[in-house]
Design a protein around this ligand. Sequence first.
Ligand code: UGB
Length: 604
Amino acid sequence: RGNESLLDQEGRELVQQLLELGQEHLFAHWPAPGDSDDRKMALVNQLKQLDANYPGGLQKYVTNAKRLLEESKSGKNAFEGYVPSVPEGEKLDFGSKEFREFEDIGVEASREAAFVLVAGGLGERLGYSGIKIALPTDLARTACFLKVYIESILALQAKAGGNAQLPLAIMTSGDTHERTLKLLEKENYFGMQPAQVTLLKQEKVACLSDSEAHLALDKDDPFAVQTKPHGHGDVHSLLYSSGLLKRWVQAGVKWVAFFQDTNALVFRGLPAALGVSVRYGYDMNSLAVPRKAKEAIGGIAALKKPDGKTLTINVEYNLLDPLLRASGWADGDVNDDSGYSPYPGNINQLLLKAESYLPALEATQGVIAEFVNPKYKDDTRTAFKSSTRLECMMQDFPHGLPSDAKIGFTVINQVWAAYSPVKNSPPDAKAKAAAGSPSHSATTGELDIYQTNCRCLQMLGAQIDGPEQREFNGLQVDLWPRISWTPFFAVSFADLEAKVNGPNIHISKDSTLVIEEGDVEIKSLDLDGALVVPKTGGAKVTVDGLKVQNAGWKWRALKPDKPMTEEQYIRGFLVCRQAQQYYPEEGTKEKAGAGQQNQAALTH
Ligand code: UGB
């Protein structure tokens, strides 16, 4: 009371609205006018911001929160009464004839695709202080994730020919926005036109302190509301509220591909999955992996609802087992004869058909499915251990589609081929591996790139020796020859097939091959050591009859008592560059720093 005069019209209306929503506690402690006025204004300004950031404003947020908290309190299972079955979809062997056919269709369709990278998360779980997309994908080529993604899109764009510019949106957050922008600017957008790239910044949402959906005030500052991230599902509302999806569709975009921040192999599977979307006309298609029963990733399931309609959607692993048991499968979530669960593993790499995505966003404003996950103090399920908030996940999008929408999946049967994200810190990765799960570590994220490249060349008839069994950060891993190339060299099997003559290639097990130039043909090569094909600035490179023998580059396990960088720590190794050959030799200057790195490496 008495403080009304401090507020403008908008502020007064918002406060009034919040009072009607039972949020008196936000203002009850306010002293008389003249005392702490600037702090009161700071709170009202923050509330205005929170109101503006959420579709439907704080009124809608609190109303949604009350409903979801009520459901949570009563222990309602989101999938109660639903009967799961295995949805329709395609399972492909990486590199098979069928895979390549789908890939060809997908590469062709990508001329009408737009790409969305969700990169609002910080690397806390990984034990990395920077933004994850700035991490090198591998220490042979040392290109960062963002560079690999952009190069892949540009390589697809080059195939589209003409003036095509495939658009890229990057969802950032307060934690990652500035650093993402700086990285792009510093690297000249890695070759993209700045206008091709749109950054969409997600904002945090208000925290809730109890089951009545009271907004939580900051413990140290009674003039501020606590906030937390709303989740990667924000990407849908941002594509809607920014008008970006609509503009893309007007410009002819037919497909929208979503991917996560640290999976360097995503473009190995995405074109084939796009081919599957095209052939079957999928409104939504999830690139997926074989999933071990009970593995801690969601399973994609077709759920028959009590009204007879079917919803194909990701079911989180903790819900899948009880759902199966409740529907008559007494053993719950178990492997079938293939040794895997029949429900494919969700990896959040999604392909949406723009024609159905846009109307779904317009109908829902992009707020598709929220949930709340409070940690209760006791069985009364009223008070929380700490504040909670509404969250949303991008894979829950099927809730926004009509019930006759075509939703499918594309599994790549080889787990190493299209999904090896960098998510877990060394101790967590070790624990996961010990429990028989993929470690999803920086170690495997890098080594799977080499494995995939080696196996691609093997499929084309090359003789690739190895792998060697090694231990890094306590993980038992296969170290294949370190083969890493720019996507301009090969973004598809068809590219690779056209550029290498497999049967005339031999690479020994401790070798490294780095290809930075796109226009390279390998007619014959015998490599035992390290070979770098640097950027030539456009001149075609033909490797023919080349025999390389040198001391090469060594992947050395770290010694814990020696100095190391964060990038090395999370992998458990560093690279000792002992000797290499450049071919053609003019490119050598670009690698002048290699010697310095070598000095550090020698201390290990
Ligand atoms: N992200 C954002 O952009 N904003 C956010 O608010 C949060 C995240 P995590 P998560 O790959 O196995 C997902 O944290 O959420 C970005 C699926 O939900 O790495 O634990 C973030 O930057 C799960 O079903 O993953 O689990 C990153 O790029 C399963 O598929 C992405 O969202 C799991 O990934 C994912 O964030 C998996």
